[in-house]
Write a protein of this length. Structure first.
Length: 196
């Protein structure tokens, strides 16, 4: 366990648990989001609902991601922030769903609480992982699949809100499990799942 701390790679681009967020000012949220995305060369994402926007940004190749746009997933919302100009736009996500993005690791990880779709980087990029997520209340299997991690080393899932569950990930003969919760105060970024 001591090697985990020594090997941890702290990326300041991932959002900390308590960040200051402001409400959008002026205009409609969708108009502001469209303008902000266009200003960062992402006008091809115009018209997507916030859930689709989360998926597209998380799947985007790392080299195509804007370096001065933070897209932070919170329970219930997506916060878009222009890191240079300070503009913020908050978009509502579905109330009954929770987006959990996880970066299982073997050798190195980083601290993260709110997943940044544009800047968080995990160790295992494009790795075939088998993911099982089970609801602890009734042992319902919510996710059971083998899939590659995204170019950023993460894999993301929409889960029911307000549940406790167990996540198990397997990769090249290694595995790891951990408990998660999907409440209003829970992290949307899981970077503590070590594969041993």
């Amino acid at each position: 366990m001591a090697t985990v701390a020594a090997a941890a790679l702290t990326l300041t681009a991932c959002a900390a648990p308590e960040t200051q967020g402001g409400a959008p000012t002026g205009g409609s949220t969708s108009d502001q989001a469209t303008e902000l995305l266009a200003a960062h060369g992402l006008d091809d994402l115009e018209g997507l609902d916030p859930r689709e926007l989360v998926a597209r940004l998380d799947l985007m190749p790392v080299e195509d991601r804007p370096t001065d746009l933070m897209a932070s997933v919170r329970p219930g919302s997506l916060l878009l922030s222009d890191t240079a100009g300070g503009e913020e736009v908050e978009l509502d996500l579905p109330e009954d769903l929770f987006y959990l993005s996880m970066a299982p690791y073997v050798d190195r990880t980083h601290d993260c609480f709110h997943h940044s779709l544009t800047s968080c980087m995990g160790e295992l990029r494009g790795a075939e992982v088998t993911v099982t997520i089970t609801d602890d209340a009734d042992d319902t299997v919510l996710v059971e699949e083998t899939a590659p991690t995204f170019d950023n080393g993460f894999v993301g899932y929409w889960l029911p809100d307000d549940i406790e569950a167990t996540v198990t990930v397997e990769y090249e003969g290694r595995s790891g499990s951990t408990s998660i919760s999907t409440g209003a105060d829970d992290p949307t970024c899981l970077t503590t799942l070590e594969l041993a």
